[in-house]
Design a protein around this ligand. Structure first.
Ligand code: NAP
Length: 355
């Protein structure tokens, strides 16, 4: 691909979201014009943080009205854009109807955005925010993965509408995207597959699941212990860099695992102990798998015994070397991301001191 002309506008779907916020910040700081199709362009409170950043940057942001499930609604925002970042997709674990709440917006939404790209002659590249959820379903999948490590070659084959429906939604959406991208040759697609995203967002009150999980490490939910549930984790600021480089590096190609650390829930919580352990109920021991199996689904009905059996006590091992080599990412330490994130939650009142 020839280099993207940085004087052309760039479109970002899901700009109001946690992940996209830091990406839009980076684009605006670089002086780019960002086209942001959002569901509610008339709700100023949803755009407050983006507008504050735009006011302090050399770039400009323009809003358009669009919905993933509204065919053709991205056409207007995409007009004139050479580069499209498609990040919008619901990230929710506790859902009543996976088909309408997760799978339709993920798969049909991706189709909708990429069909707009097919109709927009200026588009040269689409960067798709997929997920490592499209690479693996459970840590137990590692047992049947070549060399015992998740790579860009791996696809999630264990998730379904009834088991890990969010992961299933990301898998079918990425597959749909490749099908559309490979059926034409005018634009190319680069995919970013992040693990669990942590670190401070531009909006301290974001609703992404990332906030729920880390909040529970300090609000007393996990005071009896945190499970050794293997995860990969990446800082939202490093992920913004990865998206940016995926967009502007002409040689970038294919999928990219974007993950700073192979870790687990207990190990993540322990990075908070030194600074916050005295004032907040940070877990001090690892919750045994049998206890998690007994109480997990009672405490949180979105956690199933099948998920516990197939994840707790099992490591997550992913190979991030392609993102380092080809996108030039240098990942910040886990403790820095965790502490910056937790401090943001304290400052915004999301977590409060014990007692
Ligand atoms: P988020 O804060 O909930 O953001 C989701 C974004 O999608 C919001 O901007 C939301 O718009 C938009 N959206 C949802 N349904 C829509 C619809 N029907 N029409 C138009 N827009 C819609 O979640 P996030 O964590 O930033 O996730 C963003 C992307 O990163 C997703 O693709 C997710 O799968 C991926 N990802 C996230 C993580 C993570 O740990 N957070 C890890 C891997 C991949 P509204 O503001 O209008 O709701």
């Amino acid at each position: 691909m020839t280099a993207i002309d940085s004087s052309a506008p760039v479109m970002v779907t899901g700009a109001t979201g946690y992940v996209a916020g830091q990406l839009v910040k980076k684009l605006l700081k670089q002086g780019l014009t960002v086209h942001a199709p959002v569901r509610d362009p008339d709700k100023p409170e949803k755009l407050k943080y983006l507008n504050e950043i735009a006011a302090a940057s050399s770039g400009e942001i323009k809003y358009f009205k669009a919905d993933l499930l509204d065919d053709g609604s991205y056409d207007e925002a995409m007009a004139g854009c050479a580069l499209v970042f498609h990040t919008a997709s619901p990230f929710k674990i506790d859902v009543k109807d996976p088909q309408s709440e997760l799978i339709d917006p993920a798969r049909l939404g991706t189709r909708n955005v990429l069909q707009s790209a097919n109709r927009t002659p200026e588009v040269k590249r689409v960067v798709l925010t997929s997920s490592c959820a499209a690479i693996y379903g459970d840590n137990a999948d590692l047992r049947t993965t070549p060399d015992g490590v998740f790579t860009e070659e791996t696809w999630n084959t264990s998730s379904s509408m009834t088991h890990n429906p969010y992961s299933y939604s990301k898998t079918v959406a990425e597959k749909e995207a490749w099908k559309i991208a490979e059926s034409q040759s005018r634009w190319d697609m680069v995919v970013v597959n992040p693990t669990l995203v942590i670190g401070p967002g531009i909006n301290p009150h974001a609703t992404s699941e990332s906030f729920n999980l880390i909040k529970q490490m300090g609000d007393g939910t996990m005071k009896t212990g945190a499970p050794r549930w293997g995860f990969g984790a990446v800082d939202v600021r490093d992920l913004a860099e990865a998206h940016y480089n995926a967009g502007f590096t002409p040689t970038a190609k294919g999928r990219h695992i974007v993950s700073g650390h192979n870790t687990n829930m207990f190990a993540m919580s322990q990075t908070l102990l030194e600074k916050y352990g005295e004032d907040y109920p940070i877990p001090r021991r690892a919750l045994p798998k049998w206890l998690m199996w007994v109480i997990g689904p009672i405490v949180d009905k979105s956690i199933t015994r099948k998920a516990i059996s197939r994840n707790v006590g099992l490591p997550w091992i992913g190979d991030n070397s392609k993102s380092v080599r080809e996108l030039g990412i240098s990942y910040r330490p886990l403790a820095e991301s965790m502490n910056d994130f937790f401090q943001q939650m304290i400052d915004s009142g999301l977590v409060k001191k014990a007692g």
